[in-house]
Design a protein around this ligand. Structure first.
Ligand SMILES: CC(C)(COP(=O)(O)OP(=O)(O)OC[C@H]1O[C@@H](n2cnc3c(N)ncnc32)[C@H](O)[C@@H]1OP(=O)(O)O)[C@@H](O)C(=O)NCCC(=O)NCCS
Length: 139
């Protein structure tokens, strides 16, 4: 369970709304915080970027990564991913994986720049029927 203040909770909800077409509502975010660990970046006392992840048996699952729109393109998402790579190395985990909407060109480019590979397409992975790419990176 990830503990955060209600102020941070609301800041994450705001980033969700601004970044995703299908964003987490309050109860979905609450549930996600019970299942996943959180990385966050704070600037001027506000959350501007966050990542939700889970450590599994021999790999790390990245559930969500988002940066407040006005802070995008400045390396914040890369910084959080590098932190995930460090955690994986420290725990001797060999793989990081995630799912991304096939329409999310920006996200796919971001992951490819970090050497994630498209492993396969998962049909109708999302509730609205969109397909996902399963992407993986070997550590
Ligand atoms: C995808 C996302 C997390 C990237 O965050 P960011 O902090 O802007 O990323 P970085 O500044 O670390 O960028 C790293 C690389 O990603 C790619 N990238 C980032 N923004 C991009 C854009 N607008 N268009 C194309 N590629 C982009 C580039 O390859 C970039 O490297 P470069 O700056 O050398 O060109 C951010 O755009 C976001 O929050 N999007 C909405 C939520 C989302 O789609 N999350 C991922 C899918 S779950």
């Amino acid at each position: 369970m990830t503990q955060i203040t209600s102020k941070e909770f609301n800041e994450i909800l705001q980033i969700e709304k601004a970044s995703y077409k299908y964003f987490f509502n309050s109860s979905q975010l609450k549930k996600a915080l019970t299942e996943f660990k959180l990385l966050k970046i704070i600037r001027k006392n506000k959350v501007i970027a966050y990542l939700l992840y889970k450590i599994e048996k021999d790999k790390i699952y990245v559930r969500r990564i988002a940066v407040s729109p006005i802070f995008q393109g400045r390396g914040f998402a890369t910084k959080m991913m590098l932190e995930i790579f460090k955690i994986a190395q420290k725990l001797n985990l060999k793989k990081i994986y995630l799912y991304v909407r096939i329409s999310n060109k920006k996200g796919i480019k971001f992951y490819q720049k970090l050497n994630f590979l498209k492993i396969r397409k998962i049909k109708k992975h999302y509730p609205d029927g969109e397909d996902a790419y399963l992407m993986e990176k070997e550590i």
